[in-house]
Unconditional design. Structure first.
Length: 218
């Protein structure tokens, strides 16, 4: 139980948020045809995938959001490890969504998952015997995940990372990366927010680590 007089100890984390594109349309379609069980099974499959990988990639499954999850990684997580996990999760999802697609009467234009990543200090609060967190990185990661679709016709399997976290991740040269600007709702008064977009489905071979100054603009 968290007490008012307890000393606050900030925890530095990398926050990863992801959710399923067009989930509302998918659920409505499956509900109309009596196939909602398929969505349930897929979500349970993703839950089990996350649980099996928590030790290997050293992250905590913080919260289920209804059509996605919020994950917390240590602040020293490398770009290689983080993107490797996100790519594996994407490939796992691609395999599982095939069953859903076969049941849909109308396939949404966009299907897949999208990711938002930020990091920094979080404050833990124990509420109802459960650990909860507050902090700007949670808000930014969620806003970034939502902003991937802005100016992108094919946002699935892409990651939007805040610029300062991208700098800390290190070598991300295996993937296509672009420097972008996005307007994040209720963040910095609507001013352009500098971030980096990473395409998990476009790996490339390069011996030169990708740095901030080498990024293309979009």
């Amino acid at each position: 139980m968290t007490r008012v007089a307890e000393k606050i100890i900030p925890e530095n984390k990398i926050v990863v948020t992801f959710d399923i594109c067009s989930s509302s349309n998918i659920i409505e379609d499956l509900s109309l045809t009596g196939n909602l069980q398929a969505m349930r099974n897929m979500l349970i499959g993703i839950k089990n995938f996350l649980r099996k990988n928590t030790i290997k990639y050293n992250f905590d499954v913080y919260k289920f959001t209804g059509d996605g999850w919020i994950l917390l990684f240590p602040e020293n997580t490398t770009g290689k490890d983080l993107l490797s996990f996100l790519r594996q999760l994407s490939l796992f999802f691609i395999d599982k969504i095939k069953k859903i697609e076969s049941l849909l009467e109308t396939k949404p234009q966009i299907m897949g998952i999208t990711f938002g990543v930020d990091g920094g200090q979080l404050i833990k609060i124990i509420m109802m015997s459960k650990a909860e967190y507050i902090g700007r990185p949670l808000n930014i990661a969620c806003r970034l995940q939502d902003a991937i679709k802005d100016r992108d016709k094919y946002p699935a399997y892409k990651v939007l990372v805040s610029n300062h976290i991208f700098q800390k991740l290190g070598d991300c040269s295996e993937y296509q990366v672009l420097k972008v600007k996005r307007t994040l709702r209720n963040i910095q008064g609507g001013k352009d927010y500098q971030c980096v977009k990473i395409n998990l489905m476009r790996k490339k071979i390069s011996r030169t680590p990708v740095t901030h100054n080498m990024l293309k603009r979009s």
